[in-house]
Ligand binder design. Structure first.
Ligand SMILES: [Co+2]
Length: 426
């Protein structure tokens, strides 16, 4: 198909072991008894085992690194539910409401809105990050790390044009940089023992983007920083009718109850006040226009039934404010891009490539490289200056400070809240 792109053979180049062979791949009898190991939810578990004709047949096992499409493990198309949290206070009635339960069934039966797409993305996310956590260590280059993650995502989600694929470039922001860094070609950064690494991974299925991030450290100095941000993300105050400004206040309060001692000096953990969580729309990771602040604000906007939110919080030992800094890697075509006549032929052609391969999904320079584009910077900058493409440069606090991030995608279902990206790791 013309939409699918050529997959580079990066396993060998990076010295990773080649994917293991599928133990059972004759495909005549699906193994519906192997669900994702150790994951929450009930996907596939309720199924009765069929009497097998061939008792010697082995279970399908995921390879290491994970490269076997997730759908092979869920042949009925039912993926594990995330963590279920009941609504509180004035919304307790929703859990048992017949009407709300009916609404939910209707949503799930509609192929356009079903929860199975986001849950499939979340299951891929859990497997990819499980491997990443085991695999990433100081001494590795950013390029090695990102290839490992993205090769895993592409394989597990069974990348197929706009049907399924990477949701956005993998963020690998280090230390004082909080977000929007991923290596460009030629990047020479190598992970260090004392680094604080934010890993932000996006997976989409039919445009439903699972947006979830975590922080990795190897130096125990930053344990409290990581703990603070994890706790703030898990504050759990999100819900239907909750006001965004008040949710920000709850996040701020949790975050500010921590401090971190670095070389004998105590630093308060500050929420980064100019970063925020966001609603997610199909194919638009920042679609829907609502922001979840990390500090108290006067925003009276309420969260609403049916919305998908990325609840992400960032803590910092620095100012608690980020500015754009460093070479840009992330871009996305605007969903409301104006129709401007492009005089630059190269920009016209690049826009075609972007429309065909990403639409409004964010992409990075590496993704253009692997599509065979070269010397596109002038054209790309032209699309940015014409307001067609938005650039997202790295966002950094002051040099010398450390920042951490945790993020989950949540669904405000009619009856309950579902933390769809929850795993046993965070
Ligand atoms: Co996000």
């Amino acid at each position: 198909m013309s939409d699918s792109v050529v997959k580079p053979k990066q396993e060998e180049a990076n010295g990773f072991p080649p994917p293991l062979q599928v133990a059972d791949d004759d495909g005549d009898e699906p193994d519906d008894d192997v669900a994702g190991e150790g994951e929450p939810g009930a996907g596939g578990e309720g199924k009765k085992k069929k009497k097998k004709k061939k008792p010697k047949k082995k279970k399908l096992e995921q390879s290491d690194p994970p490269r076997i499409g997730i759908s092979k493990f869920f042949p009925d198309g039912i993926y594990p539910e995330g963590e279920i949290q009941p609504y509180k206070d004035d919304n307790v009635w929703r859990t048992t409401s017949e009407e709300k339960r009916y609404n939910e069934r209707m949503i799930d039966q509609d192929p356009e809105t079903t929860y199975q797409s986001i849950r499939r993305g979340a299951e891929v996310h859990r497997l990819v990050r499980k491997h990443a956590r085991k695999h990433i260590r100081p001494g590795m280059s950013m390029t090695e790390i990102v290839n490992n993650i993205e090769d895993g995502t592409r394989a597990l989600v069974e990348e197929d044009g706009f049907e399924s694929g990477i949701g956005f470039p993998t963020g690998l922001s280090l230390n004082h940089c909080a977000a929007h860094y991923t290596p460009n070609a030629g990047d020479t950064v190598v992970l260090q023992q004392a680094d604080v690494l934010k890993v932000d991974i996006g997976v989409h299925v039919k445009g439903r983007i699972c947006d979830s991030a975590f922080t990795m450290i190897w130096d125990p100095t930053y344990e409290k920083l990581v703990e603070a941000v994890k706790a703030a993300t898990n504050t759990g105050e999100a819900g239907i009718d909750v006001r965004l400004g008040e949710l920000g206040a709850a996040i701020q309060e949790t975050m500010e109850s921590y401090e971190v001692e670095i070389n004998g000096k105590v630093f308060p953990v500050k929420p980064i006040e100019n970063l925020s969580g966001h609603t997610i729309k199909p194919y638009q990771v920042h679609g829907g226009g609502k922001s979840v602040p990390l500090v108290r604000t006067e925003d009276q906007t309420k969260m609403e039934e049916g919305e998908y939110f990325a609840i992400e919080t960032f803590g910092s030992t620095g100012r608690g404010r980020v500015v754009e800094s460093g070479e840009c890697s992330h871009y996305a075509r605007k969903s409301d891009a104006p129709h401007v006549p492009l005089r630059l032929t190269s920009a016209k052609s690049l826009l075609k490539t972007i429309n065909k391969n990403f639409g409004t999904l964010p992409f990075c320079r590496r993704y253009l490289d692997r599509l065979g584009e070269s010397k596109y910077l002038l054209a790309l900058n032209h699309l940015v200056s014409q307001g067609i493409v938005e650039d997202y440069p790295p966002l950094c606090d002051q040099r010398g400070s450390m920042t951490a991030q945790f993020e989950h995608t949540i669904l405000l279902r009619p009856t309950v809240k579902e933390v769809v990206s929850r795993g046993d790791d965070y």
